[in-house]
Design a protein around this ligand. Structure first.
Ligand SMILES: [Zn+2]
Ligand SMILES: [Zn+2]
Length: 387
């Protein structure tokens, strides 16, 4: 079963929605215009229940199947854009400098609206489909805000699925894997406090730059010496602030960076080793350090059974040859991870062809992917809620 005919028919309409959203990007939780657009469309489709303002600006629509009561499948899209100035020059480019849909969430929102329109028209399932539109995916934990507002309990969500477009994968293809598919993108700030003084008299100081420089190298032992070589961890020191001029050794040096892991076990290991290495090294030099380690969204872990369900729906749409079920994980983070902590489900990549990479000012969602994405959501919902 290829793309659904009705999904292909809807492509023009969904493309128009996508380009409207692209012209009007909104950031983090401030997605009032986008949320209103979504709610208005859901109402026009005859969606049974529409709840706005969940997780501040999230929207949920409930579509009841004509087969009667049953389980509820959650399908989730994200609505927010990025603080970036668009350089595509497209006719539908952002109207607002400094804001841009550079991660394709405009495409995600439009595709889920397309699926909602079809599912509300046909209702060939038992139970309910919950279409979930979240704010603040880009670093704002919007998924967690919706969960804390009762998303799962209020709508009795049994399973939840997410989808992200992926440049570099051809349009018409899908990619997924069991287990960790996106990383936990944690961050750290290390403040080393020594004792400043004259640069000509280092013996009268405790030099935090000297210690910090060693730390940049020593922290790489976590990846190269402490981790099982077949388990991934990436640690990057991305900022090093210290000092004022040529002849002063400063009191303090501040290092910032990111740690990305694909399992909670590696995540714990990385944090523990950072603490040990920092305290050991500064102790050896009689300095002090504080570590601010911020755990952001968890590892996005696909559940085994749900991964099979997602792959089956994608295969239905595109054929087995176009569904990679062992894709390499991405070391980027994904807020949908919070939902997979609460309910079984899976996150899939949908090919977006050779557009520029995500978060790039030249990126633009490829509308040719729309019929595939809409068909995937429909197939998944109908398969999971088959009568
Ligand atoms: Zn993004
Ligand atoms: Zn994204």
């Amino acid at each position: 079963m290829p793309i659904l005919n009705r999904a292909a028919e809807l492509q023009g309409e969904v493309t128009a929605w996508r380009r409207h959203l692209h012209e009007n990007p909104e950031i983090l939780y401030d997605v009032e215009g986008t949320a209103a657009f979504v709610a208005e469309k859901l109402a026009a489709f005859g969606v049974d229940e529409i709840v706005t303002g969940i997780g501040r600006t999230g929207v949920v629509g409930i579509i009841r199947g004509k087969g009667g009561d049953g389980r509820t499948i959650g399908l989730r899209a994200d609505m927010d854009a990025l603080p970036l100035t668009e350089l595509t020059g497209k006719d539908w480019a952002s109207h607002t400098p400094g804001r841009m849909h550079a991660c394709g969430h405009d495409g995600h929102t439009a595709m889920l609206l397309g699926a909602a329109k079809y599912l509300a028209e046909t209702r060939n399932f038992s139970g309910n489909v919950a279409v979930i539109f979240q704010p603040a995916e880009e670093g704002g934990a919007g998924a967690l805000a919706m969960i804390e507002d009762g998303l799962m309990e209020r709508f009795k969500v049994d399973e939840v699925y997410g989808m992200h477009n992926m440049p570099g994968i051809p349009v018409g293809q899908f990619a997924i894997r069991k287990g960790g598919i996106m990383a936990a993108p944690d961050r750290f700030t290390i403040t080393i406090t020594g004792r400043g003084g004259h640069a000509a008299q280092p013996h009268k100081t405790i030099d935090p730059i000297f210690i910090g420089a060693q730390l940049v190298g020593s922290l790489q032992a976590i990846a190269s010496r402490n981790s099982d070589p077949v388990r991934s961890v990436v640690l990057s020191v991305t900022r090093f602030d210290a000092g004022t001029t040529h002849n002063i050794i400063p009191d303090q040096a501040v290092l910032m960076g990111t740690v990305r892991t694909l399992s909670e076990e590696m995540r714990d290991l990385a944090e523990n080793r950072i603490r040990q290495i920092v305290h050991g090294l500064v102790g050896a030099h009689a300095a002090d350090a504080t570590i601010d380690y911020e755990r952001r969204c968890p590892v996005t872990v696909n559940h085994d059974q749900a991964t099979q369900h997602a792959a089956a729906a994608a295969t239905d749409v595109s054929g087995a040859a176009n569904v990679d079920t062992e894709v390499d994980p991405s070391m980027a983070g994904e807020d949908f991870a919070f939902m997979l902590k609460r309910r079984p489900g899976a996150f899939i990549f949908i090919g977006n062809g050779d557009t520029a990479g995500l978060h790039n000012p030249h990126y633009d969602f490829d509308d040719e992917a729309i019929a595939y994405g809409v068909s995937y959501w429909i197939r998944l919902a109908e398969q999971r809620l088959g009568q």
